[in-house]
Design a protein around this ligand. Structure first.
Ligand code: IPM
Ligand code: MG
Length: 355
């Protein structure tokens, strides 16, 4: 099979973790006889430096012409403390999501048996945790009307949702729930927000089409609390853009390191795969960043975009094996001996070659 992949390493630790995934996909290509065609493109601060645009048209074309996109990270501290900066790296990510129609963000959160002691939450509370967030990604307050008034002394951002945008997210949620434990939770703030009431009403109206699914409706503040209290009580959660942004960061620490969590952003045509950890500029260039989230994102790509289950499974097994044998980067070593980004990548490849 030919796998045409756009590679957007981006900023911070993006390039070094993406490098490991590239090594892994090349190894998979060799082992399973696939032709891997990679095309690199600029995004984020790296693209601003060259084109003054965090998502240049050139990059958009590369993405559109690919079967799937592997993304690293976006963000650079030189923009963070300047609220007046007109062009920001993060705009690249938002523009890319919108232009490619990547309306649903899938963020799985699970715990690894060998890392139960790494979690800030007690073992008995997290054992068995296996959550899938389906976050709406191209609407809501991220894309509503915004601006300033009153001589810049007043600012507003508007949360807007159309029923259709909710239906397509709920559909994904229901379908995943059917393949999993048949539980779906709609996370909203329907006691206050009109958009949340529309979310609730829409999901309620769809329940009859999925009689096998048990749906619960919970307020986002309560979910934020229960996620750290009893994370293993949730399965599939669907939610709006901003709530999903916040809750998935919260949930990412349950496993012990944010450096483990992959994600997929999907739409009707394209799909993008990225670690959820962000650019982590303090670690950039030091060869200490955990490449596993990127490698697991690649695994998600093989399964979702190419239907290559065997190839995806072997990557997941290689990751489990590296964790079990404590072949890990410093974020997971509890002060004991650790390995570099590169070494962890090499370990995974070695496992794939031998198994
Ligand atoms: C994420 C990030 C982005 C978001 C930023 C970088 C724009 O936090 O993917 O969760 O808020 O969506
Ligand atoms: Mg976020």
């Amino acid at each position: 099979m030919i796998l045409k992949i756009a590679v957007l390493p981006g900023d911070g630790i993006g390039p070094e973790v993406t490098d490991q995934s590239i090594k892994v996909i090349k190894c998979i290509g060799k082992k399973f006889n696939h032709k891997i065609e990679l095309e690199n493109a600029l995004v984020g601060a790296a693209a601003i430096d060259k084109h003054n645009d965090p998502y240049p048209d050139e990059t958009h074309q590369v993405c559109k012409n690919s079967d799937a996109i592997l993304f690293g990270a976006i963000g650079d501290p030189k923009y963070d403390n300047d609220p007046k900066a007109k062009v920001r790296p993060e705009q690249g990510l938002l523009k890319m999501r919108k232009k490619l129609g990547l309306y649903a963000n899938l963020r799985p959160t699970k715990v690894f048996k060998s890392l139960l002691d790494m979690s800030p939450i007690k073992e008995e509370r997290i054992t068995g945790t296996n959550i899938l967030f389906v976050r709406e990604l191209t609407g809501g307050i991220y894309f509503g009307k915004r601006g300033r008034k009153d001589n810049d002394n007043f600012a507003f951002d508007t949360c807007e949702y159309h029923r259709d945008e909710i239906v397509r997210i709920a559909k994904i949620g229901f379908e995943y729930a059917q393949k999993r434990t048949k539980k779906l939770c709609c996370v909203d703030k329907a006691n206050v927000l009109e958009t949340s009431r529309l979310w609730r009403e829409t999901v309620q109206s769809m329940e009859k089409d999925y009689p096998d699914i048990k749906v619960s409706y919970e307020f986002v503040d309560a979910v934020a609390m229960r996620l750290v209290q009893w994370p293993n009580s949730y399965d599939v959660l669907i939610t709006s853009n901003l709530f999903g942004d916040i809750l998935t960061d919260e949930a990412s620490v349950i496993s012990g390191s944010m450096g483990l969590m992959p994600s997929a952003s999907v739409g009707s045509k394209n799909a993008l795969y990225e670690p959820i950890h962000g650019s982590y500029p303090e670690a950039a260039g030091k060869n200490i960043a955990n490449p596993i989230a990127s490698i697991l994102s690649l695994s998600m790509m093989l399964e979702h975009s190419f239907n290559l289950k065997k190839e995806s499974d072997i990557i997941n097994n290689a990751v489990e094996d590296s964790l079990k044998n404590k072949y890990v980067t410093p974020d997971l070593s509890s002060g004991k001996s650790s390995y570099t980004t590169n070494q962890v990548g090499d370990y995974i490849i070695d496992y794939i070659e031998k198994n």
